[in-house]
Design a binder for this molecule. Sequence first.
Ligand code: PEP
Length: 255
Amino acid sequence: MSAQLSDSRRPLVVGNWKMHGSHAANEQLLEGLKSAGPLPCEVAVCVPFPYLAQAAERLARSAIAWGAQDCSAHEQGAFTGEVSAPMLADFGCRYAIVGHSERRALHGESDQLVADKAKAALAKGITPIVCVGETLAQREAGETESVVKRQLSAVIHTLAHCAGEMVVAYEPVWAIGTGRTATPEQAQAVHALLRAQLAAATPRAAQMKLLYGGSVKPDNAAQLFGQPDIDGGLIGGASLKAADFVAICRAAANH
Ligand code: PEP
């Protein structure tokens, strides 16, 4: 971390396990992460709901935080299948990913619903990791800026004076799980836009963590994390192998 970065800009690398794992496989993966020793960044894993308790137990007293991959916008009630922020907070959940492109695309989540989920998480002291990003068609149509600004704007307005408390993850949809990573310059350009948008809304913008996600691997992480407005990553596929995830975390020393 460069000397001029405040501690709140210490890089953060988050694993998004998506719908992968089993009790036995998770034991190995979590053990692999714990045995890696000190890492030059904050680290978290966002695991499927049934394995939150396992992560909480295995990561207790370690430097690795854990989180969920979603949370309901509602506190409680007749919402079958949903998991609320109060439930997550009940046993110490630190982060919740909201607005992942898979949820926006496959579950029809709107910008406002994503914003409401972020608000519900924050209300319980859970840091929302708010994902924004354009599809390939939107990028090719020159709409990247308007799409990510629209997505972020809904969250900024809903969180109001708490907007500075979220983590934002720029995840171009065309880079997620495709092996096609944004170049460091492409990613930095969008991160700079997002930080400028945040700066107009909150005095905390310079301290906020903006993560890049989309086919981050051990061999491209250092270049991405070396960009001035990229403060770490949201890692999907490569977070399922302890050695790869640890190597990506180590690349955060380049921030
Ligand atoms: C993700 O799911 O958030 C992600 C970035 O996936 P991958 O790293 O596999 O592209």
